[in-house]
Design a protein around this ligand. Sequence first.
Ligand SMILES: [Zn+2]
Length: 412
Amino acid sequence: MGRWLVGLPAAMLPAGLALPALSAVGDPQHAGPLYFVTCLAVAVAFAAVGIRLSRGSRAAAVMGVAIVALASLLLEQASYPGAAAVVAAALGWGIGALVEWPPERRWRAISGLIGGSETLVLLRFGLGVWQAGLALIAIALWCCWRSLGSGGQSHAPGRAPRAAYLGVAGLLALFSAFWVGSTSPSVEWFGQLTYHGPRDRNEVALTFDDGPNGAATAEIGRFLADRGVHATFFLVGKAVVRDPGTATALLSDGHIVANHSYNHGAFSYLDPSYPELMQTQRAIAERVGVCPALFRPPHGTHTWFMSRIVSGHGMRLVTWDVSAKDWVEDDAVRLAKNILAKVKPGSIILLHDGIDGIPPVDRSVVVKALPAILDGLKARGLKPVALDVLLGTPPYLPLSECLPAVADGAAR
Ligand SMILES: [Zn+2]
């Protein structure tokens, strides 16, 4: 029992050092104290299981090192609360395995554990006083626990529970790698993508997703055109079919239209053949008369397969580096402020003129925020341009790339 009382906090303190990273990733609006506590609880629970099952196993300890390293890498990339919570579980599990490093190696384990956590915190935040304090307390607790003795060695668990533990921990780590990799719009190691333009020029791109959305899209398109600003609209195929007029009007106002899937489903990105890409290309080509060269996956979720299919069609996968979660924001002033706080040269700014391609939805928050966003960009010397200008890439492909059957028919 004493082993648990001291061992668990000692195991969790390094995780506690790393966990503020979890509350800082993504958006501050959605990563409050409750979220932090939830992540901590998840990590504690998994560490507890790890401590119980990995007792004295060298393989478990090695696995723990690997999982902690992987979780630390993922922490830097996790941009969704759900993904970060899974990473927290993996981190806790890995630390749980690490804690039971064989006694004769314990100092190596302790220094590795503390050093790793501290490096992570330093990379993410710079070292604060309270973090240094926690690290010292962790070391002190550990030393007390070891010097007092663990109060009678209880027998180690058998092979089967250990094997199950290692298997589940490995799967969890792999799963969190996949999840974080595919759901983070700035992760390039999970398929080639572009999430910002050149940082050495004072240009940024305003992008609008999920339309066309009737009056809201029309109003945004007109307002920008009146201010002499060109933006990029990532259109949802089914919405284009329903409302081709609004999509065509965007072109007349000088904006760029691009591909944002056909149905905007949450899980269609998992289909390795990703048929929605070409389904949308056809819809846009037939209704609007252009063949987009730019594609943005719904929610920024992507896989290697999707990335290959997109580049195989001569297209470019583009995500973003600035989002203020305008789809859940209801305060236009705060929306503009949050966007401007994150923007820098080369930024690709994510906004929504629709929601999931399901019109009609009210987007007055974006309409109201736009004047302040444009003024703020101007004050920072940043010029909003369409994505083709920012990235120096053609916005459209020949129409025959979208409508091969038509091209074949014409050639015959
Ligand atoms: Zn979308």
